[in-house]
Write a protein that binds this ligand. Structure first.
Ligand SMILES: O=C(O)c1ccccc1NCC(=O)[C@H](O)[C@H](O)COP(=O)(O)O
Length: 206
């Protein structure tokens, strides 16, 4: 990859983990506002967002919520971006954008090809079957399907495989959660900084 990848660290819940992500060059930080071991309230997300510089994107993540609920909760959390998992429609993306948010739409790597079409989102996020599960997959499998899109590769990434995943998939960037945790839902600052450094490393020639 010749351009610097766009890297998002997701599922943050402490000031320390947000600060480490920002200091080590994260382009986006994510807060899970849906049922998850990483769930934070919109009020807690707003406290964390207050410590994020404007140059870094703040993302609220949703799965089972309707788009109207997501917009309401994201407004309370004071984020600039909404990430939608689950079954979605082009109208959902339009509603997010019309409400003044940037949009990330998440799809499973094995979704119907029609779901990889451009619905007007800022990024497509191509993930494992279960979001936030730490499951890896064959990142090069969607390379042709996603070519020409702005998209993030996600699912089972860590400092050990992110550079290779970016190279193989030709994604615009990467998203991580489990791979920077010491146990489920508990982020590790050293793993966060290691991931961010590794995501910008060139893949060694083989
Ligand atoms: O992280 C969660 O628990 C979660 C729950 C419900 C919907 C989305 C969720 N996470 C979304 C993300 O952006 C994750 O970072 C992405 O799925 C990658 O996760 P991981 O394989 O753990 O790195």
């Amino acid at each position: 990859m010749s351009q610097k990848p766009f890297v998002k660290v997701c599922g943050l819940s402490t000031e320390t983990d947000v600060a480490v992500s920002v200091e080590h060059g994260a382009d986006a930080v994510g807060f899970v506002l849906t049922k998850s071991p990483r769930e934070v309230s919109p009020q807690r997300a707003a406290e964390l967002v207050a410590g994020v510089p404007e140059t870094v994107a703040t993302v609220a993540v949703f799965r089972s919520e309707t788009v109207d609920q997501a917009i309401q909760l994201a407004t309370e959390a004071k984020v600039g971006w909404i990430q939608l998992h689950g079954h979605r429609t082009p109208e959902d993306v339009k509603a997010v954008k019309a409400a003044g948010f940037h949009a990330i739409r998440a799809v499973r790597m094995d979704a119907d090809h029609s779901e990889f079409e451009d619905w007007g989102e800022d990024f497509l996020l191509i993930d494992a079957a279960v979001p936030g599960s730490g499951e890896s997959w064959d990142y090069k499998a969607v390379r042709e399907l996603a070519a020409g899109r702005r998209w993030l590769v996600a699912g089972g990434l860590s400092a050990q495989n992110v550079a290779e995943a970016l190279e193989e998939s030709q994604a615009t960037g990467a998203d991580v959660s489990s791979g920077v945790e010491s146990s489920r839902g508990v982020k590790d600052p050293e793993l966060i900084s290691g991931f961010l450094d590794a995501s910008r490393a060139e893949t060694p020639a083989v």
